[in-house]
Ligand binder design. Structure first.
Ligand code: E4P
Length: 217
């Protein structure tokens, strides 16, 4: 499973990138707002750092506006994936931008039918939002599963980009189901390294090592 980082914070992306953990980046208007940076400036910095797809989201609500903004965002770098919302206008923009040879990430997907439409419109990525479904007591992971089955039934090449990931368990489950990509906040990716038995084992090894009085260097 590919890892995208869901942030517009350059330092956090740089830290994970140095460990080979970053296959791409996703941003959205809220993440740009949190970064306090200019969208084009920060997106360019991210694209210079990361080779994989970097999603930058349009904010127009009509198809023509999304298409114009998408073309503008695509000028930032070769690896821009234009993010459009899963509305009828977004699907129209997806088809036009995809036919121009651009990568499109259709976002704010909350149903299997929406995902089916995005695949038919040629999306490179579909972003089902797991956490936001869980927030309203629905099963976000079931949606990832349903989309996987449907895409595999018909051989759609649209990549399932599991989004709105809040926990390390979301990462495990998305990987088990076979999501092509998971995009997660840096803290979730880092938390995947944690295990209470690792900490306990390390404490015990350190205590025993101190008793030997030895040094390696
Ligand atoms: C994905 O592309 C979105 O930016 C993101 O995953 C949304 O996550 P949230 O629901 O935690 O805001």
């Amino acid at each position: 499973m590919k890892f995208f980082v869901d942030t517009a914070e350059i330092d956090a992306i740089r830290e994970l990138h140095a460990l080979g953990m970053v296959d791409g980046v996703t941003t959205n208007p809220s993440l740009i707002m949190k970064s306090g940076r200019d969208i084009k400036e920060v997106t360019k910095e991210i694209c210079d750092l990361v080779d994989g797809p970097v999603s930058a989201e349009t904010v127009a609500l009509d198809a023509d506006g999304m298409i114009a903004e998408g073309r503008e965002l695509a000028k930032i770098a070769e690896n821009i994936a234009i993010k459009v919302p899963l509305t009828w206008a977004g699907l129209k923009a997806c088809k036009v931008l995809t036919d121009e040879g651009r990568m499109v990430n259709v976002t704010l997907c909350f149903s299997a039918n929406q995902a089916l439409l995005a695949a038919k419109a040629g999306a490179a990525f579909i972003s089902p939002f797991i956490g936001r479904l869980d927030d309203i007591n629905l099963d976000g992971m079931e949606l990832i599963h349903d989309i996987r089955v449907i895409y595999d039934n018909y051989g759609y090449e649209t990549q399932i980009l599991a989004a709105s990931i809040r926990t390390v368990n979301h990462m495990t489950e998305a990987a088990k189901i076979g999501a092509d990509v998971a995009t997660a906040p840096p803290a979730v990716i880092k938390a995947m390294a944690n295990h209470v038995l690792t900490d306990k084992g390390l404490d015990a090894f350190m205590a025993d090592w101190a008793k030997t009085g030895q040094k390696i260097l």
